[in-house]
Design a protein around this ligand. Structure first.
Ligand SMILES: [Zn+2]
Length: 240
């Protein structure tokens, strides 16, 4: 029952994350106003029965009921992934605080992934919440001093890299990784950076059809935040 509830809460909150992803980077929009959803194409209010997570997308065949504009696949994707990750989190721990922290980290990771991909920026509020989630994990797991040293090492290393390769690493990426490294520790932080870099390279290769343009800016947060969550899960399930 507890697992099923986690899945449902994750899917419903995923629907809210979609609102955040769309409205947060657009300065003329507010997260809370209007409280109802509107179609980005025709501006018409979306009624509750067309706004049921995942299900409505399938029933409407991915099109707005009013203007027939295509609804981004991002909407059901974020709802599904957030729900599934909450489910995985519920199996990962029986500690409610740890569960909450893991959910905060994956939800913020999804928001960061899509906003950074589109706007090349990482909102401060998501950085703060990920750092908070990571801090809670660090507390619950017994305040490992090595992890604290790891934060210093990782931050120093990334700042150096950002200085050497200007434009390669943004300040947001460094803060994101600093926050994550508190719960990850030194070794897992290294794995996170490897996973993120590998997926970023694959993304760049696909986008540029096989060529790697060194000058191109890559939204690194898009890969870094989910890689952090992924490594945390490996840590838990492989007992690293
Ligand atoms: Zn519409």
């Amino acid at each position: 029952m507890w697992h099923f509830l986690s899945l449902i809460v994750g899917v419903v909150l995923g629907s809210f994350l979609n609102v955040v992803i769309y409205r947060l980077p657009r300065k003329d929009l507010s997260i809370v106003k209007p409280a109802y959803s509107i179609c980005p194409s025709c501006g018409k209010r979306i009624l509750w029965y067309d706004n049921i997570p995942i299900l409505s997308y399938i029933l409407l065949r991915g099109k707005c009921r009013n203007c027939k504009a295509k609804i981004s696949l991002r909407y059901p994707f974020v709802e599904l992934i957030n729900g599934l990750c909450y489910l995985i989190n519920s199996y990962a721990t029986s500690n409610p605080l740890e569960f909450l922290a893991l959910c905060m980290i994956i939800s913020c990771s999804l928001v960061i992934a899509f906003i950074d991909l589109e706007f090349m920026l990482i909102p401060d509020v998501t950085l703060f919440l990920i750092a908070l989630g990571s801090f809670i994990l660090w507390l619950v797991r017994g305040l490992d001093l090595y992890n604290l040293i790891g934060v210093g090492l990782v931050t120093g290393l990334l700042m150096l890299l950002g200085f050497l390769y200007k434009g390669g690493l943004g300040g947001g990426d460094v803060i994101l990784m600093a926050g994550l490294s508190l719960s990850l520790g030194i070794v897992s932080s290294f794995y996170t950076l490897v996973f993120a870099s590998m997926s970023a390279i694959v993304y760049a290769l696909i986008k540029n059809k096989g060529k790697l343009a060194m000058k191109e800016r890559i939204p690194f947060g898009t890969f870094l935040a989910p890689a952090g969550y992924f490594t945390l899960m490996i840590q838990i399930y492989l007992k690293m």
